[in-house]
Design a protein around this ligand. Structure first.
Ligand SMILES: [Zn+2]
Length: 251
């Protein structure tokens, strides 16, 4: 009885809004790829903490992000902390076969290439997240990256409210003390087979690609990540609560 009581207390203290991580697939080296559910609301956000193995900034902020999610129980967030465990351990952009997991998607602009894979979803990591993403059917997708030059910024793909949420993220991240945060509508180079093109353009899921500055102070990135995601979730909550527009006056 005491044990049950202790578990119940821990559950309540944890915010009782997160489920145990579920394995959604395995990497080439058989590392599990997991997804965690946070919150229970109707608005649905899919969040990927790491896709390029040499971009750890978002991944390093995940404990703070999990704490933040407890403050937004009205939004259901499915978090994939790390979709490239082999690349993260090796410190490489791609997976263990050298394929860029952000170019291996069945996007309308996919073309085969050794660094993109011989076909869309040829890589088990991309397949796992693709199937989980489509099953979850998010209202918004957020993917955390970092970039050597030109960062930090938020790029977006897809329909409204993608542009608005990118602005909300960049403004909140910038308010933490790094005024360079801005919205960049286009990456400025072709991205065949990218997740942003697949999810945002082809599947019309508003998609934010967040680019922290690579190798910068991790604490700065952590504060920006938490502030940006907090602001996006608050905006989604406010949008959901907005009363329906009044009916037009009919004479
Ligand atoms: Zn990246």
């Amino acid at each position: 009885m005491r044990v049950l009581l202790a578990i119940a207390c821990l559950w309540l203290l944890s915010g009782c809004a997160a489920t145990r991580p579920a394995e959604i697939g395995r990497s080439i080296h058989q590392a599990p790829i997991v997804a965690e559910d946070h919150g229970r609301g109707r608005a649905r956000v899919y969040l990927i903490g790491l896709i390029h193995g040499d971009e750890p900034e978002g991944y390093q902020a995940l404990d703070d992000i999990r704490r933040l999610l407890r403050r937004h129980p009205g939004i259901r967030v499915r978090l994939v902390p790390d979709m490239n465990p082999d690349g993260r351990l090796a410190g490489t952009r791609g997976n263990a076969r050298g394929v860029d997991l952000n170019r291996n998607w069945p996007a309308s602009n996919f073309t085969p290439h050794p660094q993109r894979g011989e076909s869309p979803l040829s890589e088990p990591e991309a397949r796992a997240v693709h199937d989980d993403l489509l099953a979850f059917r998010p209202d918004v997708l957020i993917v955390l990256h970092s970039i050597t030059r030109g960062g930090p910024f938020v790029n977006f793909d897809g329909p409204d409210p993608a542009a608005d949420l990118a602005r909300v993220f960049a403004d909140a991240a910038g308010a933490t003390g790094d005024p360079r945060w801005r919205v960049v509508p286009s990456m400025g180079y072709p991205t065949p087979g990218s997740l942003g093109t697949f999810a945002g353009t082809d599947m019309v899921i508003p998609t934010l690609t967040v680019e922290f500055e690579r190798g910068h102070d991790p604490e700065t990135a952590r504060q920006a990540a938490v502030a940006g995601i907090d602001a996006v979730l608050a905006r989604l909550t406010a949008t959901r609560r907005r009363p329906p527009a009044p009916l037009p006056f009919l004479p």
